[in-house]
Design a protein around this ligand. Structure first.
Ligand SMILES: Cc1ncc(COP(=O)(O)O)c(C=O)c1O
Length: 436
């Protein structure tokens, strides 16, 4: 069996019921139409508590920098959120947090700061980076006259081999930027292995990891990974759009960056803060801490890690069901006319819950429409989109239907998805046979 499905642990029924009650629009969209939302890589299903807590806080007009009672409450909300973020990243107490409106914006800021401060002759990244990090590396390399080096992807796995990144690193490398999970292929990068191989060649290099797609599915540990920055976007991890957070290592936090003169050197936030965004994040951490079965009284990090591990086990069970099917329903590997990419039984990389697939005689756009007509929301990533072209070409594809369920889905929903997939493939095959 491939590593894809080695750690399958579906939630016990009680946990599954609890989990499902926490999410909004899980079974019906905002118009009341029944649907299965398997498009969580584009923005995940929302925890009611994250939205409600954020709304509660944002209804208050007070500035958290005033001396009033409500202002002090809001400041406490923000402090708790900052502590929860540090626990989520496992950040060093003297690391810093950069709040931004989007994760892309943070990537551009961080890469510019590093490029300005760290001398070097080249910047290294990978062919499967999201455009935010790829374009920031390319642009800043050009701006500072450094060579831009891109590690190839492995078309078998849809991921990058740590050694392929390290091979491009030398004593002149100033920065390495690497994605933790590809939002198109679902391949998970072994960040610790990348960093170890990179630092063996250049111990001083700054390493930045894009954690946006990884964060809802796995445990981030910036200290074990030994990276200088990781960004996350709550809208991909059960929260809202409009805010993103980036952890910065102590040495990165100290680099010269845009800041108001009145702010401390370690402050990266510029302008008024938004306590509502922190309230939303704390609600996400409360949820993670509640579902993992950690001993009562466990510290925040221990409890949230238990939650993420439980999520991982359930998601691997969903992935296994999608690939291999059930007693009564063939899986994607068995369906005629359907191809799953990068999830071959021989795949050597661990994968997150993203299944890229193609049909023999249906375009990705037509397949996405056919799914929606049957009550399933998925998305196409095609080479005509500037957001996915480079990445798809790097792994040898023109387009995929991206299927991205979430841990709040059941194995029965995975089975229902398979039945719909079979129906789409069969319908096209029958039409082809009639035409012949
Ligand atoms: C892997 C990855 N990195 C970065 C981003 C950018 O996030 P944002 O939309 O917050 O700028 C995305 C968004 O799709 C992503 O999937």
């Amino acid at each position: 069996m491939s590593r894809t499905t080695s750690d399958t642990r579906p939630f016990p029924a009680k946990t599954m019921n609890f989990v499902r009650e926490q999410f909004a629009h899980l079974e019906r969209d905002m118009h009341g139409t029944e649907r299965i939302f398997f498009e969580n890589s584009g923005g995940s299903l929302r925890l009611r508590s994250a939205a409600e807590r954020a709304l509660e806080v944002s209804l208050s007009p007070d500035s958290n920098s005033r001396p009033t009672r409500v202002a002090r409450d809001l400041a406490r909300v923000q402090k708790q959120g900052e502590q929860d973020l540090l626990a989520f990243f496992n950040g060093a107490p003297d690391g810093a947090l950069l709040p931004t409106a989007t994760a892309s914006q943070a990537m551009f800021d961080v890469i510019r700061v590093i490029t300005d401060a760290a001398p070097g002759t080249n910047i290294v990244t990978t062919a499967i980076e999201h455009p935010s990090s790829y374009d920031a590396c390319a642009g800043n390399a050009a701006r500072t006259g450094q060579e831009f080096r891109v590690a190839s992807a492995d078309p078998e796995t849809g991921g990058v081999d740590p050694q392929a990144v390290a091979d491009l690193v030398d004593e002149g490398t100033s920065l390495v930027s690497v994605i933790a999970t590809s939002n198109i292929t679902g391949a998970v990068t072994d960040i610790a292995a990348v960093v170890a191989a990179v630092r063996a060649k250049n111990p001083d290099v700054y390493v930045v990891a894009d954690g946006v797609q990884y964060a809802p599915h796995g445990v981030i540990d910036v200290r074990a990974w030994d990276v200088d920055a990781v960004n996350i976007a709550p809208y991909k991890m059960f929260g809202d759009r409009g805010n993103a957070f980036t952890y910065l290592s102590p040495r990165l936090a100290d680099l010269p960056h845009d800041k108001l003169a009145a702010a401390s050197t370690r402050t990266w936030a510029v302008g008024s803060s938004a306590p509502a965004a922190y309230a939303g994040f704390s609600a996400i951490v409360d949820y993670l801490a509640a579902i993992g079965g950690a001993e009562p009284g466990s510290d925040r990090r221990t409890a949230l890690v238990a939650g993420l591990r439980a999520i991982h086990g359930h998601e691997q069970a969903l992935l296994h069901t999608l690939l291999e099917g059930t007693a009564s329903q063939p899986g994607l590997h068995q369906l005629a006319g359907v191809h799953v990419h990068f999830a071959d039984r021989a795949a050597t990389l661990p994968r997150d819950l993203i299944v890229p697939l193609t049909f023999d005689d249906v375009s990705c756009a037509d397949a996405v429409r056919a799914y929606e007509e049957r009550g399933v929301i998925v998305y196409e990533r095609v080479a005509t989109s500037p957001y996915s072209e480079r990445i798809l070409r790097a792994v040898g594809l023109n387009g995929v239907v991206r299927v991205s369920p979430l841990h709040c889905h059941t194995l029965e929903e995975a089975e229902r998805f398979l039945a719909v997939t079979q129906e789409i493939a069969d319908k096209v095959r029958r039409a082809g046979e009639q035409a012949a």
